[in-house]
Ligand binder design. Sequence first.
Ligand code: T1G
Ligand code: NAD
Length: 701
Amino acid sequence: MSNPAVHYDVIDGIAVIAIDNPPVNALGHAVRHGLIAALDRAEADSAVKAIVLGCKGRTFSAGADITEFGKPPRDPGLHEVIERFDNSTKPIVAALFGTTLGGGLELSLGCHFRVATADAKMGLPEVKLGLLPGAGGTQRLPRLIGPEKAVAAIVSGKMIGAKAAHADGLIDAIVADPIPGAIDFAKTMLTDGRKLVRVRDRSEKITAAKADPSSFDKAASEATKRLAGVEAPAACVQSVRNAFTLPFEDGLAAERGMFMKLVMGDQSRAQRHVFFAEREAQKIPGMLPEVKAAKISRAVVIGGGTMGGGIAMNFANAGIPVTIIETDEQALTRGLDRVRQTYDVSVKRGALPEGATETRMALFSGTTDWARIAEADIVIEAVFEDMDLKKRIFEKLDAHARQGALLATNTSTLDVDAIAQSTKRPADVLGMHFFSPANVMKLLEIVRGKATSHQAIATAIGIGKTMGKVPVVVGNCDGFVGNRMLARRTTECERLMLEGALPQQIDAVVTRFGFPMGPFAMGDLAGLDVGWRIRKHRGVTAPISDALCEQGRFGQKTGRGYYIYENGSRTPAPDPEVETLIVETAARLGIMRRQIDDDEILERMTYPMINEAARILEEGIAIRPSDIDVVWVYGYGWPVWRGGPCFHADLVGLSKIAERLDHYAKATGDAGLAPSALLRQLAGESKGFADFGKAAKVAAE
Ligand code: T1G
Ligand code: NAD
């Protein structure tokens, strides 16, 4: 019975088994079944002298089918399929191309030989899903490239290029065309009578580590630094260590055991949630399939400051020529010099190859001449955060930009509709809210205005992906999604200091939870004057932070903020002067300070934001809860292995969160802390954000 997911053919005595399961040839049940059937056929056919394993479509298999995880396993399992290939008496050559990942690479490691196209990439990224390679990757990869390189590749989950893979012995040859190249390789191998050696039987690369594991230990600790609290990396290290300390079968069984434990755990569930949430975020309900992103061949950025320079780098990094428009030559030079320095630092660090600065700067031009705007397919404005100035800019843009060009503002706080209304083409206007540093941070909040067209949104999502960003479409409101929720945490930070906590205590709780940085250290990094200017503009106060700013304590840039930074260091040190200021301010406001425990701090650093997330969903500012999770994971450092605020809230339970919020609303007298209608409703129905998300999806279909 033919299986559409796996094709079988025989060419010159070589059986060609080709997986055909678009879009990424995931090794779902039908594929596994088809692979076994095809192998049986090849082995039974005496005319078949060797086997080539390949794939149809755009890539060799990108791994196990993640959608099957957490569901009852269906035989044959992937490890069983690989076992069969491993034990074949006929030589098998895997033909790699595109992105060969996870179980896909593991399957190829069960083959006797691997060939790949020059632009092929391969890797074991399971750690990014809170897992470890569970089909032999931690036992076979070290046998090919050595335990040190294997542990670095597996704990980072990074992809390896074909050239490096060939140099390391992961692949046997680079070919022009995967399957024909593999067939030629098989024929040569047969003619040469090359001996079949299973990867499992290779030991030359693990012997040294067996004798002296010190360099492995060094590689492992290097790979796992800054991953405290995350389960998968530690399991990866242990399993690779097993590869040179245990017999193969025992190492394989231990790997399987660790995999089964992780796949059922909250961390992997959270990371798989984020994997699919990131892709779901690009699906806009009601957008017709024929609405496609317009091609962007030329870009203009207005304002070459902190954000403008970084935004322009994203275009150049994607190979798109970009022009920066500034007020005068001096500002222009300043902006372009800063971009050049940023590239030079990346080249010096080895993050970019030699010569990259020149290659990328060649795509840059600068001018004060607005006529250049006519040549752009997209214009992104990043001038000072001033509404009148932005309105003037967009009026002028209307006169200069070609019809159909996408017009975007990088505002972080201003009303996108008001900006759009200053043009005669509000349908082509939206917000593209990048995060600082704009050439690094992955999140892109795409702010749709009332009049913004689906075409404009599709183009913004498209260029966002081309830049390597994670685009999320949000509605237009004060602070959009991320900053609006962050404001709730900032309010609690101020309150907690007055009530008894210190910046270093709060930051310790937040970093222990998994954030790379606490709110106070982050404030000092971004500059306390930014928030101060916004508060003054809005007429709101934050007694302690305002007092610090009045003393010129703007954070790292002035050497003092919530912390002190000795001699230009970037390491925050508690400053007794700040504690004194906090105690005096509380006394002046008649607030009795008390001992506050870490649990309360964590609740107040997360629950008010979760409550705001519910309001954001009520108002339709976010399309689905998982979008909010993507915003926080990619823009605000929410630990990916905790899934994001909404995913985490469902783990804690909305009724507990509602009960605690009621408590804090009473204790602080802040009605804004009381559970929102949606949170109370879901809690009342013993439901979670996930249920709301599902209902929203069904309603949109
Ligand atoms: N399983 C199921 N669906 C997958 C999938 C997978 N492995 N990979 C991608 N998809 C879906 C994705 O959700 C999207 O669906 C569509 O394919 C296109 O993907 C035992 C345990 C390969 C680099 O971690 O990194 O093997 O949104 O939009 O940008 O040890 O997909 O269209 O409905 O991302 O071109 C290990 C995961 C699995 C690789 C292509 N493998 N995939 O990127 O397209 S665990 C991975 C990717 C494993 C074994 C273990 C990327 C890509 P939809 P896309 P892309
Ligand atoms: P910045 O002060 O560093 O840069 C603004 C630049 O705009 C300056 O170089 C200035 O010369 C230029 N400019 C001013 N008027 C101009 C005009 N008429 N024509 C051309 N150029 C002009 O400011 P920034 O931090 O880059 O912020 C820019 C925008 O990005 C603001 O709207 C801000 O809210 C938003 N934003 C900032 C951050 C951040 O962390 N800094 C993050 C997200 C969004």
